[in-house]
Design a protein around this ligand. Structure first.
Ligand code: BGC
Length: 946
């Protein structure tokens, strides 16, 4: 049985797909029960609008983003496409369910619409309503609406909302690239009089963006709307209704204020029932002002729109100590709250949003900085009023409700609406460790909270910007959890535009709304190379690589412009290992690792990526040139920063982790020495985290790569701060920006930048997917899987699943009775290289299910006796039971010392508990010694029993 499924064009799926190009690439998957199945060829068929079909045969195994072999799609031409495949065994599948396609791109000459605005001087946070009544004749065949705005908009026709998009047209570099949404609106029109209408609010275009007092408007001009409705008739003619001087506008609608940071205020008393129906009069209508638009900036949307993805009911409702009503949704999300309310006209309900409660039991609003995050609804006094703000979103778990009519508990009347870009979910991960599973769930939720039109740092405070560094670090994780091809391609297009305007220096945030920074910033600007390469690696998308190549190249050239003759990048402003936990809360860049190490390491990584990209694209001269530069820079790095014995100048975990994970030191003995030292530092720090944004994603990776699985496990499963699981033990439902955004006493960290929804530190999930479960791409797009699980001590199972471009791949291992069983599911038309733990042998397998088993890696040795003078601290930190006994014994007479033992000790080799307890009184020491004697006796008895 062979079946072709999931046929789609470019990045978007749907009943009728408006694709961004007239030559859409096609992707399909094959399902089959035949093992080792590969595609020998495929037959593509396109049926044009006049009914005639064209066929094309693709020979070979290509099934991902296959070039359009037919005549390009004409404007407004609608075609259906289908595919069937022929296996290497000669068996032929049936035809896939055909898809309907239409090119959304329009050349500038086919545009008749201009932007229209309210004629009054600007008053940005008050949305504008636009209307145009028009006639439709008999014989309408098809109608498509192309719309956009300077601002965010919702279009309506005859009282029906045109699409379920939220905050369209999304956020792009508006001055250069304004996205147009295309919709089939045939069903919304009728012969006779009709009304086309839209509300436009400030959104990202009109609000002042930025933070710490630097907020300003990034885009000039009034809120304005763009629409082109094309009506095709049976007689072959097309009527166009476009935004022009015939439109009317009013600023007297019910939304009296709307902003992304500010929130939305809606006065239902100002609603005009059926306002978008023809003939319904609106107050204060005025002829619009027409604003000429450079139509070159109009671009069809390539990615999925933001939508309402899920709704959630509150899990509890309570009164705070000051008597405020607060509802808890149990999950930190990005989105907004829908209310259903009954009351008198003029009653005002206010909703304030927050991610956490502070120790005083009230909403913690300080982390929001200047974002008001407040929605307000004034009742019209109707029977039952349902309201959800339209043009804002908040990052929140708690909502404070003020002014609820009648003062009753509104727990049954509020619903949280989760909003984000509607990408397809692809990957999942689980293990035998519940807290680790919760961490993974938190990573997923932080992705959901921050993939709202752009990849943002956080969804709650006066920031929500497309920080390049954050996405660079998280892109591998993101592209496992969701299909982020379209989303990333769109953001990268803006990155390339904004970078061009800054002479090759990629701005810190995209779209670029912060004052320009004179220096390239390592780890942030490298989004220019890392993100497109990740898309190629995870989806096999050469198109993104091809489109971004000039930007990738320009970025490394900007970096090279700052290096010395040895290709070391030692000077210039850097962010470095942002938010190293030992940096003072108000000076987040003061990390232990020298920013020059971060800069040089990223330069080498980007040079290698550009060399690899050039090779992939057949640019052989560039490939050789950048590969050589990368090797020169690497050798210089080693010479300058690494000692012959295997230490790095900064002697901090981020420095070692980068050197190992980025392969900066190739000589095996030296590399092993770096691994030893990294493991030692992590151990000395009591298996707590000592890395910031840059080091954290590669830390566990580097420990595993150098064989320190116990250390990796102790670090990953640590619950004392700073650690990944500390936040989990504190009840986190998303990943925090700081390791201790919430301090152990439950109070909010006093530093600036205390978001509770930042995905960067969650980038460790990529290691969970690729290394711990063992499901990694072995060739672009997972056309080959690299299955090499690393069962970490402390876990008895782990599993990962991903819908690759070829189909579902699955890896799962579990340990029982000292035997490790591994199952691997390989999609049709691909293969896998499987390496079992502890072995170097590689098994190459084809598609289908495969089972393996091998002896389980040995668990930790049975713990022996502990001696206050003879067991060194490096050994002791591994012994949770003994540590517990010591902490308890200390607590009897010296609670302060007991409390600080675990947090303040450097767990060094060759140092002993007696050194740490040097100033403890003799009775205290005697208590500890007695407690350890008891422990040793119990251990002896236990081992006798075995
Ligand atoms: C953002 C970060 C960002 C950093 C860089 C912060 O304000 O929230 O995520 O990468 O600044 O300085």
């Amino acid at each position: 049985m062979i079946q072709v499924t999931d046929l789609h064009a470019e990045y978007v799926r749907g009943a009728v797909t408006f694709v961004a190009t007239s030559r859409p690439r096609l992707t399909w998957r094959t399902l089959t029960t035949t093992p080792n199945w590969t595609q020998a060829s495929a037959e593509l068929r396109v049926t044009r609008s006049d009914g005639h079909s064209e066929n094309h045969r693709v020979s070979g195994a290509d099934s991902v983003l296959v070039s359009w072999p037919f005549t390009p799609l004409a404007v407004r031409e609608r075609v259906t496409a289908a595919v069937r495949v022929i296996g290497a065994d000669g068996a032929i599948s049936g035809w896939a369910t055909p898809i309907t396609l239409e090119a959304a791109s329009l050349d500038p000459g086919s545009w008749h619409a201009d932007l229209v605005a309210h004629p009054d001087p600007e008053e940005n946070l008050r949305p504008v309503q636009f209307i145009r009544d028009f006639a439709v004749h008999d014989g309408l065949v098809a109608a498509r609406l192309r719309t956009s705005a300077h601002g965010v908009y919702q279009a309506e026709i005859n009282s029906a909302v045109v699409s379920d998009d939220v905050l369209a047209p999304g956020w792009t570099s508006y001055d250069e690239r304004l996205l147009v949404q295309t919709a089939d609106v045939t069903a919304l029109l009728r012969a006779g009089a009709n009304r086309l209408a839209a509300t436009v609010a400030a959104g990202w275009f009109g609000e002042s963006f930025g933070f710490l007092g630097h907020a300003k408007r990034a885009y000039a001009g009034p809120l304005s709307y763009l629409a082109q409705l094309e009506l095709d008739y049976t007689d072959g003619t097309t009527d166009v209704i476009a935004t022009d001087a015939d439109w009317l506008a009013t600023r007297s609608g019910p939304i009296v204020q709307s902003g992304i940071y500010a929130g939305e205020r809606h006065d239902a008393r100002l609603e005009t029932v059926g306002w978008s129906s023809v003939g319904v009069p609106l107050p204060d209508l005025m002829p619009v002002t027409v604003i000429a638009l450079d139509r070159e900036v109009l671009a069809p949307a390539t990615s999925e729109p933001v939508r309402r993805i899920e709704t959630m009911a509150p899990v509890q409702s309570f009164l705070t100590p000051t008597g405020r009503r607060v509802l808890d949704f149990g999950q930190n999300i990005a989105g907004r709250v829908r209310i259903e309310v009954t009351g008198a006209a003029g009653d005002v309900v206010t909703l304030r949003h927050a991610e956490v409660l502070d120790v005083d039991g009230e909403l913690a609003l300080r982390p929001l900085r200047l974002a008001k995050a407040t929605d307000e609804y004034t009742l019209a006094g109707n029977e039952r009023e349902v309201w959800e703000p339209l043009f804002t979103f908040h990052g929140f778990r708690y909502v404070q409700v003020d002014g609820w009519p009648g003062g009753a508990d509104p727990i049954d009347d509020l619903t949280a609406v989760v909003c984000h870009s509607d990408m397809s979910r692809t990957g999942s991960w689980s293990s035998s460790h519940p807290q680790l599973n919760r961490l993974h769930e938190n990573v997923l939720w932080s992705m959901r909270g921050n993939f709202l039109s752009i990849p943002s740092d956080c969804p709650q405070r006066d920031e929500r910007l497309g920080w390049t560094g954050d996405f660079q670090l998280f892109a591998p994780t993101a592209s496992f959890l969701y299909d982020v091809r379209g989303f990333s391609a769109s953001w990268l297009a803006d990155l390339a535009i904004e970078q061009r305007q800054c002479d090759g220096i990629t701005p810190l945030v995209i779209p670029s709304v912060l004052p320009p920074f004179p220096d390239p910033i390592a780890g942030w600007g490298d989004a220019s190379t890392v993100v497109p390469w990740t898309m190629y690696e995870r989806y096999g998308d050469r198109g993104i690589l091809n489109g971004q190549y000039p930007s990738m190249r320009a970025w490394v050239e900007a970096e090279l412009g700052r290096t010395n003759s040895a290709l070391l990048w030692l000077h210039g402003g850097q962010i470095g290992d942002h938010l190293d936990p030992t940096a003072p809360p108000d000076r987040p860049t003061e990390a232990k690792t020298s920013p020059a190490i971060v800069a040089c390491a990223y330069l080498i990584r980007s040079l290698r990526i550009v060399a690899d990209a050039a090779l992939t694209l057949g640019l052989h001269d560039d490939a050789a040139h950048y590969a050589e530069s990368a090797e020169t820079a690497r050798a210089a790095f080693e010479h300058y920063f690494v000692t012959p014995g295997g230490r790095i100048i900064s002697d901090a975990p981020t420095a070692y982790a980068l050197a190992i994970a980025f392969d900066l030191v190739t000589e095996p003995v030296k590399r092993a020495a770096l691994g030893e030292r990294l493991a030692e530092i992590v151990r000395e720090n009591g298996f707590r985290i000592g890395t910031g944004f840059i080091g954290t994603p590669v830390l566990v990776e580097a420990l595993i790569a150098t064989g320190h699985l116990h250390t990796a496990s102790n670090l990953l499963l640590q619950t004392r701060a700073p650690s990944w699981l500390y936040a989990v033990t504190m009840g986190a439902t998303t990943v925090w920006e700081r390791w201790d955004s919430l301090l152990p006493d439950g109070s909010v960290n006093p530093g600036e930048m205390t978001s509770f929804n930042h995905y960067a530190l969650g980038a460790v999930a990529d290691t969970l997917h690729r290394r711990v479960a063992g499901l990694a791409p072995g060739a672009p797009g997972y056309s080959l899987l690299d299955v090499a699980p690393q069962p970490l001590p402390g876990l008895t199972s782990a599993a990962a699943t991903i819908d690759t471009p070829y189909g579902r791949a699955q890896v799962g291992w579990s340990i029982e009775n000292d035997v490790l069983a591994l199952q691997v599911e390989v999609p049709a038309n691909t293969g896998a290289d499987v390496t079992l733990p502890g072995s170097a042998e590689v098994f190459r397998v084809g598609s289908g299910r495969h089972d393996f088993s091998c002896p389980a890696p040995s668990e930790r040795a049975v713990l022996g006796p502990v001696d206050i003078r003879g067991t060194d601290l490096a050994t002791l930190i591994d012994d949770a039971e003994a540590l517990g006994v010591i902490v308890q014994a200390l607590a009897v007479r010296d609670p302060a010392r007991s409390a600080s033992l675990l947090t303040d000790t450097q767990w060094k080799r060759g140092a002993y508990l007696t050194d740490v307890l040097m100033f403890a009184g003799p009775e205290v020491l005697a208590d500890v010694e007695r407690a350890l004697e008891d422990l040793n006796r119990n251990r002896g008895a236990r081992s006798d029993m075995q």
